[in-house]
Design a protein around this ligand. Structure first.
Ligand code: F6R
Length: 242
């Protein structure tokens, strides 16, 4: 595990973008696993700028997002489809056919999850997976007490996650309580993982995930078992590390 501690969020974002850009330059048809949330926003801005100014080419890149709320239409501004379009995809030359995000409205969820896993395999697996981390240690929407062997599946969101995400909705009652998420096994099968965390509120969970015991109670702790993980933190998030 390689840990970079950057001075601030902007430098963290640049570092993450640089790693993704290098991946794409080395392998133009890379399969990228992508995350939503606040943390990767700066990285997406940097990548969009690299596309505009340095011709970073996304034409052959394929993407698979980690998760999507269950029950939200793609057009809903709180959906992760909408987030990805508005914060990243519309600024780069990725082809629509190469974008994959779990379908939060699939009529047959189990079939949709199976198909998602199949597609990842068909594309040759994820070359580089970007992750954020929840305050409760979730990665994707794999909440505490997750099964490490799970692949893409329907999950029940934790109370802490619902509260953390309520800031994006008019009221906490409008936050979906379920989501479709890649499983821990899906994430662990990625060839390379880049975990990002910023801010004081991630300090404790980062310390536990990287230095504590490996346990389904703290899903991100499983990353200690992966042989190619790059962790990029800002000083505030890194403050608890020994
Ligand atoms: C998002 C995702 C989540 C977030 C996590 C941190 O696709 O899978 O695991 O990465 O909730 O969110 P932020 O970055 O908003 O603190």
């Amino acid at each position: 595990m390689k840990i970079y501690v950057e001075e601030n969020y902007q430098k963290l974002s640049k570092k993450a973008a640089y790693i993704l850009a290098s991946q794409v330059r080395l392998k133009p048809d890379s399969v990228l696993g992508l995350a939503t949330g606040d943390t990767p926003l700066g990285m997406y801005r940097e990548l969009a700028a690299m596309h505009q100014e340095e011709d970073l080419d996304f034409k052959e890149v394929k993407t698979f997002n980690l998760d999507e709320y269950y029950g939200l239409e793609k057009e809903n501004p709180q959906s992760y489809h909408y987030y990805m379009m508005e914060n990243f995809f519309k600024y780069v030359n990725i082809q629509e056919k190469n974008i994959h995000i779990p379908d939060g409205q699939a009529p047959d969820i189990e079939e949709a999850c199976r198909r998602y896993e199949q597609l990842i395999r068909l594309m040759g697996g994820i070359d580089l997976q970007v992750l954020g981390i929840g305050r409760n240690g979730h990665i994707g929407f794999n909440e505490p007490d997750v099964k490490f062997e799970a692949t893409t599946h329907l999950v029940q969101l934790d109370e802490d996650t619902i509260q953390a995400n309520a800031r994006f909705f008019d009221s906490i009652h409008k936050v979906p309580t379920q989501a479709i998420s890649m499983g821990i096994k899906t994430i662990m099968q990625a060839k390379k993982i880049v975990l990002l965390a910023s801010g004081r509120e991630k300090r404790e969970v980062i310390q536990r995930a990287l230095e504590g015991k490996i346990s389904p109670e703290l899903p991100a702790s499983v990353l200690q078992l992966h042989n190619d993980v790059v962790v990029i933190l800002d000083r505030e998030a890194a403050g608890g590390l020994k």
